[in-house]
Write a protein that binds this ligand. Structure first.
Ligand code: SF4
Length: 331
């Protein structure tokens, strides 16, 4: 059990402290050459068409890569993941339980962390040392984020790709840290580009290819990736329990909305794209975002991995144009 699969961001510190490699199954699926093939394989095995693409992709990627142990998040992740765990167990995959206490109670969080540490037979203090080590890479990611929205030298897609990797540190924290150093060095030499339309992306990371690039071709750049930024633990914390309670994603929507509103103001965003995944219960959150975020919102939906389709292109283009016109009218 050298490689441990994860389906969402969890306290990776514990797994690294146990001398195991963390592998985010989402990243394994989406960066795999045959990401569409993974979805087909899952459907051949009996997954319904009306199941989220990420679930089907993670299932096939886990089996294809021979991952023997997966952390099952029993609270704070979606119900589809719970069913996925049952199916993986039936295929002989071992599952390690972890839950985010929905009450956000520190004692309960400490108990959850301890359960996971006990499963991997490590002392929690060892994981706290790993927190300090991983925070060095996280600080570099925060710097890259600032180089995106403030300095204008990092693209929205680069920002997405690097921050999304903070779930598993590309399975090799030392190599990942070096990669970040080289990226910062190279990006610091770039000529800043400040796009006239400043966008934010909220919701689960998109399965659609080319969305970020399409926006940039139309004078708009994504300067905020909500969920990916949360993977970098931007709210800190003095220990593991505090850190994972300040992470907004697994709990109710209120801390997410506060975070988004703060970042919209700080980054001077003009509009938000809410990405939703087909067949995901989180689509319903759109209603609350529209009620509580006081700015233009475009909701776009993706199903399987593939390039941005014509309909989404037209909707994105109209949204960007609408923002440009609104801004011009204010001048
Ligand atoms: S996109 Fe939604 S349904 Fe799919 S894995 Fe993520 S939370 Fe679950």
């Amino acid at each position: 059990m050298d490689r441990v699969g994860i389906t969402t961001t969890i306290p990776a510190e514990i797994i690294f402290a146990a001398n195991k490699t963390v592998v985010d199954l989402n990243n394994l699926f989406i960066t795999g050459l045959g990401s569409s093939g993974y979805i087909e394989e899952a459907e051949v095995d009996g997954f319904p068409r009306t199941t989220c693409g990420w679930i089907k992709g993670m299932y096939s990627a886990c089996l294809d890569h021979g991952i023997q142990t997966v952390v099952a998040v029993t609270q704070g992740d979606c119900s589809n993941t719970h069913s996925l765990m049952e199916i993986l167990k039936s295929k002989g995959v071992e599952t390690a339980p972890f839950d985010y206490p929905l009450s956000r109670d520190i004692k309960m969080m400490k108990a959850s962390l301890l359960r996971l540490a006990n499963f991997f037979e490590i002392n929690i203090d060892k994981a706290e040392h790993w927190r300090e080590k991983l925070n060095i890479a996280r600080e570099k990611l925060w710097r890259i984020d600032k180089m995106t929205w403030k300095d204008g030298v990092v693209s929205g897609f680069e920002n997405h790709l690097l921050q999304v990797s903070a779930s598993d540190f590309e399975s090799d924290p030392d190599a990942f840290e070096k990669k970040l150093d080289s990226f910062i060095e190279e990006a610091s030499l770039r000529k800043p580009i400040h796009f006239p339309v400043r966008l934010g992306m909220i919701g689960v990371p998109t399965i659609i290819e080319g969305l970020y690039e399409f926006a940039e071709q139309h004078q708009a750049r994504f300067l905020f990736n909500e969920t990916q930024r949360q993977f970098t633990m931007p709210n800190g914390g003095s220990n593991l329990a505090e850190q994972y309670l300040r992470y907004t994603y697994p709990y109710d929507i209120c801390p997410r909305i506060t975070d988004i509103n703060e970042q919209v103001k700080l980054r001077q965003l003009d509009g938000i794209v809410h990405y939703v995944q087909s067949f995901c219960h989180m689509q319903m959150e759109d209603l609350l975002f529209r009620e509580r975020l006081d700015m233009p919102i475009l909701t776009i939906e993706g199903d399987t991995p593939g390039p941005i389709d014509a309909r989404t292109k037209i909707r994105m283009e109209s949204f960007i144009q609408m923002i440009q016109q609104q801004k011009a009218a204010l001048v």
